[in-house]
Design a protein around this ligand. Sequence first.
Ligand SMILES: [Zn+2]
Ligand SMILES: [Zn+2]
Length: 443
Amino acid sequence: MSDIDTPAAVAERCPECGGRVAAHERFPTWCPSCEWNLLPPVPPPAGLPARARRRAERREERLRRETRARTEQVFGLVASGESALRHGAAVGAFLLAGLVHLVSLVVLLTGAALLAGWPVASWPLRALGVVALVVAVLLRPRLGRPKRTGRLSRQDAPALYGLVDRVAAELGAPKVDSIVVDGDFNASFGVLGLRRHRQLVIGLPLWTVLERQQRVALLGHELGHCVNGDSRRGLWTGAAVGALAEWRYLTRPGRDNEVHGNFVVAIASFVANLVLGLLHLGVRALTGLMYRLHMRSGQAAEYRADGMAARLTSAADARGMLVALFNEATLETVLVRQRALPARRGGGRAGRAAAAAEPGLWESLAEAARSVPATEVERRIRVSEREVSSVDVSHPPTYLRLRMLATAPPPADRHPLVLDAGQAAAIEAELAPHRARIAARLL
Ligand SMILES: [Zn+2]
Ligand SMILES: [Zn+2]
């Protein structure tokens, strides 16, 4: 059934080309033929002069063009089956990570030497040594830390662990050490800490809007990160990427707008901010270089993870999972509506009774996502293409991920990994206490 025929949709004519457009009260009206109103106009930010605004727009447009050229080039390489894994850039990234670790090591050794009284023992040098050691601690390689809040044990959630283990076995990936559920509209997988703890994080809002096989596809993508040769995630490079992110944070100059009574303090603060600013620029350049070096292998790895998701389920389920990722704004809308319920606003006993009769957060969210019309899904895909936007910067733009699934569908003669209704219900029962906790936090 086309959406134009559903009762909620009102057929209208496009003011640009006269083509038929569908109007839904919840979503922007746009024209699929000429893309009129694909992106509803947003009011320009207040207080910015027109010239500065135009300059910002041109800069944004140039960045978009560059990103499009780069990402579509990688897409072409991966689609034509060229191995983007063993690539010179990956070697460069490995060496750059070495440079990052070397900086930390040099600061550490300098601090230790000065403190030990080498080359000359004097208290100012020892003090400098202590400072260098503190800095070395701040600069250290970052291995990440497994989350504890929301962690499910194997005893508490045998059905969920069972499903995740099946997905891992199917992909030839090792078992996860822990599963965490949180309130994000996302999911992730990481190998963390010195012990290399393998942790899967499932955002319950995202999980909620997915159908059963789309959930399997999501797990397939995330666990696919264990076996897709993602160079960003190794111990050596991963620790350097983590360290760089921390350096960027540490060197961000303070927005110090106070008027200093003392001239000396003002000068010192100015010089400190200048030095920090220069360091910050250097760190930003390194981060940018690291990102570019990883771009090709990282995006190729993401396409492979999507391919694994499709092989475990089907191209349609993997596609459904990617399209569901567009629903983050739907979550926001549902949260706003739920927060406005009378019981939440202290409506007394009558209000609480009225609110109890209303569907809860999770049912409302699932229903809102289910009722997104096909024309709106199509609009979101085209917006992703126009804006070259992805769910997060580590992934290729969504329109290219969808195109890759269509270009390279999995072979048809394999059995999908099926999450049946019984197992799905068992998993839901295991998640129920976490749903209550996370709903209370979100609302
Ligand atoms: Zn039109
Ligand atoms: Zn991914």
